[in-house]
Ligand binder design. Structure first.
Ligand code: ADP
Length: 261
């Protein structure tokens, strides 16, 4: 609590009283703490790949590169880690763009059915590499007012996650349902699931249930934060149902008519 005060004086400059203003600064403090945590997280996330890139390059230069197998192996690691840095920086820039005061979605009439069909081949390829099956149930057209490249990002992120968090032999499915006023896309998998007490946290930046798994699959920990931003920017909602070792479903609902907030 922060208190500021000012005297109330009468016409002949006599004290009549005092005004006290109580500011509740809990929220400000929380925001400040979140900002600090974010900077700490970013620094840590950047440091890990850089440490590894430096370490492996030094070892190579110290003589390891004479061994061809080692040369190849270490270069692969360097390549992977620099790719990770690149995705991280891309996602950070994206998030900061979305959070800008003057950011506007590029609204046009789009067919969500077609948008999902356009994504299917890319996701299918990723799924096949992992031995995961992709099923789609997209009936008819579904026109909404939205930002097509941003919505592509949303579904791409959800589908990539679904494939990443589903073991070999599993299935990812995407369904599209249309009602009078909104369109609902659900992305389901029968993968690892999310513990109930962590479901509410997965949309936070850098929150991961299993850090090692996320990193291994190339995740930045920012995907769902970006997804939530875009969905809410469309006045839509996203919610999650999940059960450990059973799988996860993300439901995204977007109103068909766009209203600027
Ligand atoms: P990441 O890059 O780590 O995937 P996200 O922001 O996309 O970051 O997701 C945050 C976390 O939510 C993930 O690290 C993972 O623990 C969990 N998660 C997201 N999607 C799924 C899913 N389909 N199944 C299980 N866990 C998931």
């Amino acid at each position: 609590l922060e208190v500021t005060g000012a005297p109330i004086l009468s016409e002949n400059q006599k004290w009549k009283g005092v005004v006290l203003v109580f500011h509740d600064i809990t929220e400000l403090k929380q925001l400040e703490q979140m900002r600090k945590d974010f900077v700490a997280n970013v620094s840590h996330e950047l440091k890990t790949p850089i440490t590894s890139i430096r370490g492996f390059s030094e070892t190579l230069l110290d003589g390891a590169m004479k061994d061809e197998a080692m040369l190849e192996q270490f270069l692969q690691i360097i390549l992977k880690e620099s790719g990770r840095l690149q995705s991280l920086i891309q996602d950070l820039l994206e998030l900061s763009k979305l959070e800008r005061e003057d950011f506007r979605l590029n609204i046009e009439s789009i067919d969500i059915h077609k948008l999902l069909e356009d994504l299917t081949p890319i996701v299918k390829q990723h799924a096949e590499q992992k031995g995961v099956k992709l099923e789609t149930d997209l009936q008819g057209e579904s026109y909404i007012e939205g930002d097509s490249s941003r919505l592509k990002q949303v579904f791409m992120n959800l589908l990539t996650n679904a494939v990443n968090y589903t073991p070999e032999g599993g299935t990812v499915s995407v369904t599209l349902e249309d009602t009078k006023n909104l369109t609902r896309v659900s992305v389901s998998d029968n993968g690892v699931g999310i513990p109930e007490e962590e479901i509410s946290r997965i949309f936070e930046r850098f929150y991961r249930v299993d850090k090692a798994r996320s990193r291994n699959s190339g995740g930045t920990g920012l995907g769902l934060a970006i997804v939530k931003h875009i969905v809410e920017g469309h006045d839509g909602t996203i919610h999650v149902e999940s059960e450990i070792d059973r799988g996860t479903t993300f439901h995204v609902e977007i109103p068909k008519k766009f209203t600027e907030n």
